[in-house]
Design a protein around this ligand. Structure first.
Ligand SMILES: [Cu+2]
Length: 119
């Protein structure tokens, strides 16, 4: 294998690894240290239902509601005093700096829930 081919192979592996870790935990971090994640609201509820973030780094979490079939038409992250309406198919970004611990994000009635794990 020449070096160009192995470079391509290694790059492909790296990209696959990054894609997998983003898919598993729903978040990624850019060069400024801002963490970004997207949570979809579909007929299964919040997806991913468990979101992992790092403590102390600013986070931008985008919620996109894709269904009218559940009661999750808003998202509440009580511990961070965040409460936002989620218009259908309109991404809503919430910004906060997570602190260590486990938190719940939920619909307005606290029925549809997701978990935020901050390490
Ligand atoms: Cu609800």
């Amino acid at each position: 294998m020449n070096s160009r081919k192995s470079f391509i192979a290694i790059s492909a592996l790296l990209i696959a690894a990054i894609t997998l870790s983003v898919a598993a935990f729903g978040s990624s971090q850019d060069q400024d240290g801002v963490q970004a994640a997207t949570v979809e609201i579909n007929d299964k509820g919040f997806e991913p239902s468990t979101l992992k973030l790092k403590a102390g780094a600013p986070a931008k979490v985008t919620f996109v509601r894709k269904t009218d079939e559940t009661c999750a038409k808003e998202v509440v992250l009580k511990d961070y005093k965040i409460e936002r309406k989620l218009p259908l198919n309109e991404p809503v970004m919430v910004e906060f700096t997570p602190r260590k611990g486990e938190f719940v994000f939920a619909c307005g009635m606290n029925m549809v829930k997701g978990k935020l794990i901050v390490e």
